[in-house]
Each structure stands twice: as C-alpha cells, then as structure tokens.
Design a binder for this molecule. Structure first.
Ligand code: TYD
Ligand code: MG
Length: 455
C-alpha cells in the first residue's frame, strides 16, 4: 500500500465477506450492493487479549469442573425455554435476530420481567429507546420489580464499566447495531463495530458468568451489518419470524451450543405483550375454509413437536406464454419438481396452467414430508374436487412418483387425532410404525397415483 494512505477494507454488510476492493455482488452471499468501506480497526491503548475463563492460562481436567442446577435459569416462558434447550444457560451469549418491529424488544423485556421476579439482577441496555419509551412498553406488559435496571447507553465502554460494577445475572443489549466502541473509527452498525462490541460482550459473559442477550435487526439496505455476521461468535442464535400482518410470531433456533436447533416457540402478539401459544396446530388451522378445492391439512414436525398446517394450491388456466408459478412459505423449486412428477408419472398436464402454492398463516416449512400434501392440493385444485375436510396427508414424494417414508409417524397421527381429524394418508412403508389411534382411519399409499385416487 502507498505510504500515507489510510488502511481500509471493504466488508459485505450482509455476510461479513472481506475484500480489498469494492465489488457489486458479494461472492459469499450473492447479495448486490452490500459492500461498504471501513477503516481497518486499529486498537489504541492497552493490549486486548481476551480471556474466556476466570483463571487464564491454567488448564483444568474435566473432573474438576462442577455443574449444578443453577447453571440453567428458567425464563418462565415454556416456549422460550424450549427453544433455548431447557432454559437459559449461565454465561451464554444469545443472539435474537428478526425484522424491525417484529417484537424482539417486547419479548426480551418480558423475559427480563420474569427473571427479575425470580430475584435475578437484570440489566436492560437500550440504545434505541428512551427510558420513557421503555416505561410505556413496560406498562402494557405488566408489573415490574426492583431487580430490573434500565440503562440508555450506546457507548460500549460505559456499558462494560456498568456491568463490571453491577455484576448482574442477565444483560440484554438492544440492539447491537447501535453500540459503538470509541477506539474504532467506523460508524455504529458497521461490521467492525458490531463484531468488536460482540467480542467485548462475549468476554464479559464468559468471564463473569453473565447470560447476555443481544438483539440484532435483520436489515435489507445493506448499510447496517446484519446479525448473520455474528452467528459464529455467539452460543445461541434465535430468529424471530412471522408475518407482520398476522398476530403470531415464531421463534426459531438456528444455532444452539446447549440444545437442539429444531425447536420452535410460538407466540401471539396481543395488546399486553407476547403470549405463548400452547396449541400451535389449532392456531394455524383457524380460518381454514370448508369444502374448498385445493386445500389440505398436512402435519410437519417442528423439532419434537408435530404441527398441523393448511396447504392451499390454486391451479388455473394461464393467459401468458410462460405460466406463472408462485410459492409462499415453501420451496419454489420443490413445487416445480412436484408439478413435473405429476406431468410425467400421472399424465396430469399442468404445463399450460398457472400454479400458486401457499402455506396458510405465513409459516415457512422446508420439510419434505409436506410433499404429498402439496401434490394432493395441486391436483384437487386442478380437477376442482374437494378433499375431505377431516383428512390429513403427509409423506415425501420421490421422482418416480413413489411416496417415501418419513419419521415420527405415530406422533403426527396422534396430533391429527387430537384435533378431531378422522383419516390420515401416510406412506405405505410407515404403516407398521403406527399403533391404533382411536377415531382415526390410517390409509397407506405407495405412490402419488394411489393418493390421487382418494380424491
Ligand atoms: P418491538 O418489540 O418494538 O419490535 P422490535 O424490537 O423487534 O423492533 O415490537 C413492536 C411491535 O409490537 C409494534 O408494532 C407494536 C406491537 N406491540 C403489541 O402489539 N402489543 C404490545 O403489548 C407491545 C409492547 C407491542
Ligand atoms: Mg426494538
């Protein structure tokens, strides 16, 4: 580099890809226009070696480490505890990501309230809202006690000092994109700032055994670093998703060093904060039309919990040369593939038709077990024949038109029985795995043709 020229580097604000020169498209995540120039962080002052344990440089054997029940705190929210893998681990760093306005601050304030009621010292640091604004939100949620302390601050130095003095059990940082470290020249929200702030918090969490929650906004503009660039640094990554127009929210574990990542938590946004939804299936099926073609209920496993959701398909004559295909909540390519299977194996010609597939309620499902439901919904709409309202279907569809086995069949059938469904179309190979469920007729199908025959 030429002498006298300040060192700078370009970062993709979406995934953190580093480059010496500006690029239009990020080779890492394929997003456009996400590169922003940042000065190479020069840390002034004393060395910044980081220690994650209380006694640096002293190796210990596994036997010497003792665990006690106190290492997991309950948040008194069954749904959140489940996603966290059975409670909040002491000294853990949890990232809560999600679109702005989805309810991250509300959820964490509620968690703070429950923890404070357990006599835990909780510090809620907000860089976005004033104390009055937080108070207004808190008034909607309920009564708070003394153990919760609020701090409106964006300077990381001050926050670190406060944490060291106060020694709380739990800290919430809302949001990481507003925090800044004085000795880094780039603006708050840039990759260098966000990473540095997280690493300071990581050190505090591990060194002082504090559970830290970090809020990260998912951003579209690309000028502010998204939470994805922090995923590798933290212990647990939770994403809050859901349709902004629908009232329910889903908290999904994407990474968890202390538990399974398949679990989801379902909440409903009410006028007094987020409420847990005890029976998501019932919630998802509310509003399902009766005697409508192109609609079927499927059962998808979300972690260890079966969930019934409605799949809707609309197949109609296309007035364009290239028919439109559109999916909401499921994989676009998967639906195209299933349409191709229908054409080739069953001779159902949808080539001249527009096809729309929608998972009702705005939830996203990637599990292949919903294939059979998608296929049946498509054919039902194409032939304009209703599917029995009391029937559910699940199974993976292969390229030869065969229906392949899925896991946890018994749990899925039981869930259907619980909600009053009377028949269940399942893969033939799974028939042995189902024990009698009262009031439910189980129908095994070996191929898509068998399943279509039931319409
Ligand atoms: P918020 O937690 O501020 O979102 P985030 O921190 O993720 O940006 O959520 C704000 C939304 O939630 C806002 O649209 C209002 C709504 N809300 C309710 O419907 N009920 C409530 O009790 C509260 C506190 C918020
Ligand atoms: Mg917020």
């Amino acid at each position: 580099m030429a002498k006298g020229k300040a060192a700078s580097v370009f970062y993709c604000q979406n995934c953190g890809y580093e480059s010496a020169k500006w690029m239009g498209q990020c080779p890492g995540c394929r997003e456009w226009n996400t590169f922003v120039e940042e000065a190479v962080p020069v840390l002034k002052g004393k060395s910044t070696s980081r220690h994650l344990s209380q006694s640096p440089g002293l190796p210990v054997s596994l036997q010497e480490i003792s665990l006690d029940d106190e290492d997991r705190l309950t948040t008194h929210s069954g749904e959140l505890d489940r996603v966290l893998g059975g409670g909040l681990v002491r000294g853990s760093l949890t990232l809560v990501g999600g679109d702005p306005g989805i309810g991250k601050s509300t959820l964490l304030l509620q968690v703070c309230r429950m923890l404070a009621q357990d006599k835990r010292d909780v510090l809620y640091v907000s860089g976005e809202e004033s104390l009055k604004q937080i108070k207004l939100r808190a008034n909607r949620i309920g009564k708070f006690n003394e153990s919760l302390k609020l701090l409106c601050e964006t300077s990381l130095g001050t926050i670190e000092e406060t944490i060291r003095r106060m020694k709380p059990d739990v800290v919430v940082i809302d949001s990481i994109q507003t925090m800044y470290q004085e000795n880094i020249s780039s603006a708050p929200g840039s990759i260098s700032q966000v990473r540095e702030a997280t690493s300071v918090l990581l050190q505090l969490a591990k060194g002082m055994n504090i559970s830290v929650f970090i809020v990260g906004h998912v951003t579209k503009e690309g000028t502010v670093a998204g939470p994805r660039v922090l995923e590798h640094m933290v212990d647990t990554v939770l994403y809050f998703e859901g349709d902004r127009h629908a009232s329910y929210r889903i908290l999904r574990g994407v990474k968890n060093r202390f538990g399974s990542t398949n679990e989801i938590g379902v909440f409903e946004m009410a006028s007094e904060g987020l409420k847990e939804v005890a029976n998501p299936s019932e919630f998802m099926l509310s509003g399902k039309p009766e005697h409508a073609s192109g609609s079927i209920v499927v059962c998808s496993m979300e972690g260890t919990r079966p969930m019934l959701v409605e799949i809707q398909a609309l197949v109609c004559h296309s007035s364009f040369g290239i028919p439109r295909r559109q999916t909401t909540g499921t994989d676009f390519n998967r639906v195209n593939l299933l349409i191709a299977v229908l054409e080739k194996r069953l001779g159902i010609q949808m080539g001249g038709c527009d096809a729309y597939v929608n998972i009702a309620g705005g939830i996203k499902i990637q599990e292949p077990a919903i294939d059979l439901g998608i296929v049946m919904a498509l054919v039902s709409s194409f032939k304009n024949k209703c599917i029995d309202d009391r029937m559910i279907a699940f199974g993976e569809v292969g390229l030869s038109g065969e229906v392949r086995g899925v896991n946890m069949v018994q749990a899925r059938v039981q869930e259907a029985g619980k909600l009053g469904f009377t028949s269940c179309v399942i893969p033939k190979v799974c028939m042995d795995a189902v024990k009698d469920v009262s009031g439910i007729r189980v129908i095994g199908v070996g191929s898509v043709a068998d399943a279509i025959g039931l319409l």
